[in-house]
Design a protein around this ligand. Structure first.
Ligand SMILES: Nc1ncnc2c1ncn2[C@@H]1O[C@H](COP(=O)(O)OP(=O)(O)OP(=O)(O)O)[C@@H](O)[C@H]1O
Length: 290
């Protein structure tokens, strides 16, 4: 199957300063892909070019087989964009906003199903002005998916969500992915990328630094592990490339074979990410993760 998004040699400068500087990226059909990178890395610029909302200076971009620059309505019907769409719809209810958005599409989802999927059944007939920030974001997701898109763009979707709302949102995204929807997500939450993404791409200074699965990013899957345990009332730890063998050795010398306080950890996705981007942090990229 063709890739959902193909980007080759993408360039975009603002006032002579490169924001995207020769980016190559392929997003496979049906995958959840997380685009990570520090503030100012070029994520939004790249995504908005793929959405057809910004022009480019150079490079090839194909989204669902079409160049988004100047693409028509039938192409737009196939993509869903989750952004702060509900802003400005204050006097409507979520049901009204979803129903009127659904009318724009040729084959929309059922409005009640969307309301249930985004967890707004209790608020479906409340004016949007009376929704909390997190509830508005759920509605934004609903507005992004009501058209039944093949490809969804999610830009920092869970900013401002409480922990339960984030979990609920992840369940919703996984359900969409299971139905075969391709999802391009930008996020500063590394746990979100780890939870949702099949692959992650890290960009800095407008270039792709690395592309891998969350489990393998930056070699974290094969890097040394830290084993910690308690012995003689002291907390001990060791770094090792063979943690399974070390744990077996520890277990053999402990009474009953149980190692008190045992943990085995490898670098987190955040550790690997911060190591990868450290050489690329400039004055423009002070906030690297939230
Ligand atoms: N409309 C614009 N006009 C001028 N400069 C811009 C514009 N949009 C983005 N830039 C600049 O381009 C660079 C990339 O910005 P972009 O918004 O794509 O980064 P980002 O990775 O999405 O950052 P963040 O994580 O902060 O959202 C930044 O240096 C930014 O200041």
């Amino acid at each position: 199957m063709d890739d959902a998004i193909t980007i080759r040699g993408l360039r975009k400068a603002y006032g002579g300063r490169a924001a995207v500087d020769g980016l190559d990226l392929d997003i496979r059909t049906g995958e959840v892909f997380a685009l990570l990178g520090p503030n100012g890395a070029g994520k939004t610029t790249t995504v908005e070019i793929a959405e057809g909302f910004r022009s480019r200076d150079a490079g090839e971009v194909r989204v669902l087989g079409t160049d988004p620059e100047g693409a028509g309505r039938s192409w737009r019907n196939q993509i869903g964009i989750v952004t702060q769409t509900s802003a400005g719809l204050d006097l409507l209810t979520p049901r009204e906003a979803l129903a009127s958005t659904a009318k724009v599409y040729s084959d929309p989802r059922d409005v009640d199903e969307v309301i249930a999927a985004v967890g707004l059944a209790d608020k479906a007939d409340t004016r949007i002005v009376g929704l909390s920030g997190g509830q508005r974001r759920r509605l934004d997701v609903g507005l992004g998916i009501v058209g039944g898109p093949e490809l969804i763009f999610l830009d920092e979707p869970t900013t401002g969500f409480d922990p339960q709302a984030r979990r609920d949102f992840w369940t919703l995204i996984r359900a969409l992915a299971d139905q075969g929807t391709t999802i391009l997500l930008t996020t500063h939450y590394l746990d979100e990328a780890e939870e949702l993404a099949d692959r992650v791409g890290v960009i800095a200074a407008g270039r792709l630094l690395v592309l891998d699965t969350p489990a393998a990013l930056g070699g974290r899957g094969t890097s040394e592990a830290t084993v910690t345990w308690e012995e003689d009332g002291i907390r001990r730890s060791m770094r090792t490339a063979t943690p399974t063998a070390e744990v077996a050795r520890l277990a053999a010398r402990m009474p009953g074979g149980e190692v008190p306080g045992l943990t085995v950890t490898r670098p987190s996705l955040e550790d690997s990410y911060l190591t990868l981007i450290a050489p690329h942090i400039t004055d423009d990229t002070t906030e690297v993760a939230s």
